[in-house]
Design a protein around this ligand. Structure first.
Ligand SMILES: Nc1ncnc2c1ncn2[C@@H]1O[C@H](COP(=O)(O)OP(=O)(O)OP(=O)(O)O)[C@@H](O)[C@H]1O
Length: 685
């Protein structure tokens, strides 16, 4: 490399080539490792080989993702503990760590402590950084850089052009990472400790999903061993959404994070039925946990007879009142039903042992175990504390009015009980028409019987839509871990959508979580967010309006088409128009209008995708039912008939919220096409 030292860009390119070569060498080293000498047997060898393969994969040089995107020149050499083993004052920040043959860092992982000032340093607080340099790439080539001299008071502070370009870049393909441009307020959430839970309230496009995913990547870096053991989980609202986000973490080198919907987590039975809103609201109410607890415990019966254990020539008798005492004591303790059931035989056996000792025997633990397994003890336990199948328990509650009445008395009103009872009682668990809410009830019952395994960290996206019982289902999957809860109260579109984060967090079991608010919008252009925000007073009056960092003048068009001969014509024309631009196009419509529009698109020869499917250069148009639009974004959005979106929902507020979601999916332009009148807030000029 013979770059002229006076040409900074050439010097940076030279560092890029050298870093690439170093990464290649790291990969070759990993490939060449001979593990035969260090593994005692083939099992170890297999495990180690698997780990090595993962590492080799992680060291791949992805030509489309720049190896580094920033540089920090510190004023002083950071302490050795921060410098990742390297000394010196200049660091290149990238997606992964790269070192040279001597082990000195060429690129520092963005998650390392020394990289933090790249995201946080400002003129007000330079954090010992003299120069922050951001790099611009064109097709894998380093083509530009932008400098900020943080201690130079004469240099004007300005919005980074590279950040602007990144935000403006067309959105073809799935969601991508934002690692090069994480903003300071976002970084604070990303790098929050593993110990505490955090809840992020943020309007559309403020980067909640992006922040949640980067937070997982950060936590995995900072607490790798612990989280590898305990596991991490990202929860999203539906499959389309999970498809949309699924490549972000792998792009950041994290391949082990499970992604699921709440329905996936509670899939104990096949869901074949649908609840009406009233039934779903009651079933999703946290009081159902108390009903289940009572119903479950009703299986425990107070013993009427003594337990008689015969061993050899001797009979040992634990009188009924003593067994009753044991049972009452177990009931009084805050134990899982199953754990108490497991403890009961040992407790009875212990009572027998006490008698043996009194009569001069010296039994040991093995004798206690043997007594606990004695058929008489087993039979007594079965009669007193029978095994309960969670699905059968819920089935009985929903089928048997008397059983429900007995256990819901004083908890649910008679009307509420009637609302959730099945019109036709189910015959068995397999044939029952379980709904999504029923599956959550079964999950709750299952947890009351046997404790659910807790993960190390759970990210819950679009959290505003969960019912209290769903929050509980998520909460029990992180009882010993922490949670990142992301959502927007204004986008709550379920009948049970949460009215406040305090309430939601209490149901989740994380009442001590810190609530943060993000208000800078990175998706929706200023004009469009201002238009959508006219709905805020009606749907969430307490929330702050998003302030967009994107200008994009002329991004909003509202077209009234009076009495069209062909109801789809104007919408199709708007799609064709939008497709003339670069990037993705989403046609969002009320669910009920989707079949008609699908037919019209086909007739017009316009190919289209389903939400979450990856756009290709040939097919960039997606037909999105309004119910699936949440969390997604398109460069251009054509919104079909807002009035139909409103009438598609059970009440006005939910309708307006659904509309707010649909109006806030556009990155570059929104065209609203309508024949019916617009809702009042949008109709006024
Ligand atoms: N710091 C950033 N730099 C560049 N792009 C960003 C940044 N933060 C967010 N974005 C982009 O803004 C868009 C919106 O982000 P995201 O989907 O995470 O928002 P959200 O708050 O989850 O939105 P919604 O409420 O609609 O679900 C995405 O394209 C994301 O990549």
């Amino acid at each position: 490399m013979n770059a002229a030292p006076e040409d900074p860009l050439a010097r940076e390119r030279a560092h890029l080539s050298a870093s690439r070569a170093a990464l290649r060498a790291m990969r070759e080293d990993a490939q060449a490792l001979d593990i035969r000498d260090v593994t005692a047997n083939w099992v170890n060898a297999e495990v180690l080989r698997g780990q090595l393969d993962e590492r080799i994969k992680a060291l791949a040089d992805l030509s489309h993702t720049p190896l580094f995107f920033g540089r920090l020149d510190f004023l002083h050499a950071p302490g050795a503990e921060q410098a990742e083993g390297g000394e010196g004052e200049q660091f290149y920040i990238g997606r992964r760590h790269v070192h040279d043959a001597d082990g000195d860092p060429m690129v520092i992982d963005w998650r390392a402590p020394v990289s933090q000032p790249f995201y946080r340093a400002s003129k007000k607080d330079p954090l010992d950084v003299g120069l922050r340099r951001r790099f611009g790439y064109t097709g894998g080539e380093l083509t530009a850089y932008e400098d900020e001299h943080l201690t130079d008071t004469t240099e004007a502070e300005q919005v980074s052009r590279l950040l602007q370009e990144e935000i403006e870049r067309p959105r073809v393909g799935p969601m991508r990472d934002i690692v090069a441009t994480i903003q300071p307020e976002q970084d604070e959430i990303v790098r929050g400790g593993l110990g505490g839970s955090v809840c992020v309230q943020g309007g559309p496009g403020t980067g909640k999903t992006a922040v949640g995913l980067h937070r997982v990547a950060y936590l995995l870096y900072a607490h790798r061993e612990r989280l590898a053991r305990t596991g991490t989980l990202v929860i999203g609202p539906n499959r389309s959404f999970l498809h949309y986000i699924e490549q972000v973490l792998p792009a950041l080198g994290e391949l082990e994070v499970r992604q699921a919907t709440v329905d996936d987590l509670v899939a104990h039975v096949e869901v074949k039925g649908v609840d009406d809103a009233a039934a779903a609201v009651v079933k999703g109410d946290a009081r159902m946990a108390d009903v289940l607890r009572r119903a479950l415990r009703s299986h425990v019966t107070v013993p009427q007879e003594a337990v008689v254990v015969v061993r050899g020539s001797r009979r040992w008798r634990v009188p009924a009142y003593e067994v009753e005492e044991i049972v009452r004591e177990l009931l009084a303790r805050d134990m899982r039903y199953g754990a108490a059931r497991d403890a009961l035989p040992q407790r009875i056996a212990h009572a027998v042992l006490v008698q043996m000792e009194r009569s001069g025997e010296a039994p040991d633990d093995r004798v206690q175990d043997a007594v606990a397994r004695n058929t008489a003890v087993k039979a007594a336990v079965k009669a007193i504390w029978p095994p309960v199948d969670p699905a059968k328990l819920v089935l009985r509650l929903l089928s048997d009015a008397d059983f429900l009445g007995a256990h819901a008395d004083g908890i649910l009103t008679p009307e509420e009980q009637k609302t959730i009872l099945w019109a036709r009682p189910a015959r068995g668990v397999k044939s029952a028409k379980w709904s999504v809410a029923d599956a959550v009830l079964i999950d709750e019952a299952a947890d009351q019987i046997t404790r659910t395994h807790s993960l190390g960290h759970v990210v819950l996206d679009e959290a505003q839509d969960l019912s209290p019982m769903q929050y509980r289902a998520v909460g029990r999957r992180c009882t010993t871990g922490s949670a990142t809860v992301l959502g927007d109260l204004a986008q709550g579109t379920t009948p049970w959508a949460t009215p406040s984060w305090d309430e939601a967090l209490a149901h989740l079991g994380k009442a001590d979580a810190v609530v943060e608010e993000l208000t800078a919008g990175f998706r929706v252009p200023r004009e469009v967010i201002a238009y959508a925000s006219r709905l805020l007073p009606a749907i969430a009056p307490d929330l702050t309006e998003v302030s967009s960092v994107r200008q994009s003048p002329g991004s909003l068009a509202v077209r009234h088409v009076p009495d069209p001969a062909d109801p789809a014509e104007a919408v199709l024309a708007a799609c064709v128009e939008s497709l003339r631009n670069e990037g993705s196009v989403g046609l969002i419509a009320a669910d009920a209008r989707v079949p008609v529009l699908a037919e019209a698109l086909r007739a017009a020869g316009l190919s289209y995708l389903d939400p979450g499917e990856e756009t290709t250069p040939d097919t960039r148009l997606t037909l999105v039912p309004a119910s699936l639009a949440k969390g997604l974004e398109y460069d251009y959005v054509v919104l079909d008939e807002p009035a139909a979106v409103l009438t598609g929902e059970p009440d006005e507020r939910t309708g307006l919220r659904r509309l707010y979601v649909a109006l806030t999916r556009a990155v570059s332009g929104l065209t609203v096409v309508h024949t019916a009148p617009l809702p009042e807030a949008l109709a006024t000029a």
